[in-house]
Ligand binder design. Structure first.
Ligand code: GLA
Length: 390
């Protein structure tokens, strides 16, 4: 394959020629709906997308891991799987250090490795380039160790790596969909039980368009962790109110309980909880609507999701609000919303196939006029989760 020839040549140039090479791909993801619900044991509905990470790797005998990335030319990160793996510089390699450490802790007999990471996902673009790097390099290490691992388990290991080595208390959505996505489908995933339902997206009827605001989102900034804490405060309140109700997470809270808490629970905490509780319902509804080809309904739920993330959860920003609103002025667009953690990154729009071009053009024109920068818009199909391609 021509595609892998170029990256293998680059691998040889940076890390030396020879040996048996493996190539792994791990896609990015976009979430259609179900935002900030995963760590509340709720529902999400993401899909794996075409932009992806590729990892070329080769085993080493000496336990050393040498890592290079096409995004950071000239840097080679190094650590050893025979010693305790610590965080360090360059920091982009911490995702991989984390995955290696967690795989080792899970009892996987890791070997040394030379690896080159190529990334066609925008870093900080909210399309989960970090989860793709984690799952991609995790699969590389497993391949070299000759170990088969259940994909859901790999996703959990990568999530733990992100907690411990990148310091962000993320939910399971990104690693789960990168590791287990199904071609042609979004996945409605129950983050409590792990149950999944595939939502087929008919390409004759529907296109998924992603628009990057080019505002870099930083989850390490602390806002994400703050939201998690606020949700926990909410859970504690509802547990006190209804001690017998078996409330373990916001998943167990109903809209009725939210209304009853109005004026009693601190307003900010109430709004955070209202977002999560309403978003769970919207996600289940939207997945059902998509399955039944009710695109107008799914689109409406996406718009409501955006408003809730903007007003109640307060994780949107001016640029994402603008793009979502403008998208809705284009004929044939069913719905649009911010996607991912927020504070920048991308919006996702569902549209009729024939409207893709006018949508992209309209957003490029109006966004540039207002913010003086060009957004990056592209349509994508739903792809399969990570795989070993060679
Ligand atoms: C980030 C996290 C996910 C999820 C989303 C918000 O992408 O990695 O676990 O919480 O934010 O839905």
């Amino acid at each position: 394959m021509q595609e892998t020839e170029a990256i293998k040549a680059e691998f040889a140039a940076v890390l030396g020629a020879g040996g048996k090479l493996h190539v792994i791909r791990a896609p990015g993801r976009v979430n259609l709906i179900g935002e900030h619900t995963d760590y509340n044991e709720g529902f999400v509905c993401p899909m794996a997308i075409e932009p992806e990470v590729k990892v070329v790797c080769r085993a080493r005998e000496d336990g050393t891991v040498r890592l290079a990335s096409t995004a950071f030319p000239g840097q080679v990160a190094e650590f050893s799987v025979e010693k305790k793996i610590e965080r360090g510089e360059p920091s982009w390699a911490n995702y991989v250090r984390g995955v290696a450490a967690e795989l080792a802790a899970a009892g996987i007999p890791l070997t040394g490795m030379d690896a080159l990471i190529e990334n066609t996902l925008p870093v900080g673009g909210g399309l989960s380039s970090s989860a793709a790097i984690e799952v991609g390099t995790g699969l590389a290490m497993l391949t070299l160790a000759g170990v088969e691992m259940d994909r859901d388990r790999l996703a959990l290991i990568c999530q733990k790596a992100e907690h411990e080595y990148a310091g962000v208390p993320v939910g399971i959505m990104d690693q789960m969909i990168v590791a287990t996505g199904k071609k042609g489908c979004a996945t409605q995933y129950d983050c409590r039980s792990g149950a999944r339902q595939f939502v087929k997206l008919n390409p004759d009827d529907l296109r998924v368009v992603i628009v990057n605001s080019m505002v870099r989102h930083e989850l390490t900034g602390g806002e994400y962790a703050k939201r998690r804490k606020q949700c926990e405060e909410g859970v504690a309140y509802f547990q006190k109110q209804s001690p017998g109700a078996g409330i373990r997470a916001l998943r167990d809270v109903t809209m009725k309980m939210i209304h009853e808490a109005e004026g009693k629970l601190d307003d900010l905490i109430l709004r955070r909880c209202r977002h999560v509780v309403s978003e769970n319902a919207r996600t289940v509804d939207a997945a059902a609507a998509l399955t039944q080809d009710k695109y107008e309904r799914a689109g409406q739920l996406m718009r409501e999701s955006h408003a809730s993330l903007r007003d109640d959860y307060e994780v949107s920003c001016e640029e994402l609000d603008f793009l979502s609103e403008q998208a809705m002025t284009v004929k044939g667009v069913y719905g649009a919303r911010m996607t991912g953690g927020g504070f920048g990154g991308c919006i996702v729009a569902l549209t009729q196939p024939r409207s893709v071009e006018s949508l992209e053009k309209h957003l490029e024109k109006t966004y540039q006029a207002k913010f003086g920068k060009k957004p990056m818009a592209f349509a994508t199909t739903a792809t399969a989760g990570a795989s070993v391609i060679e």
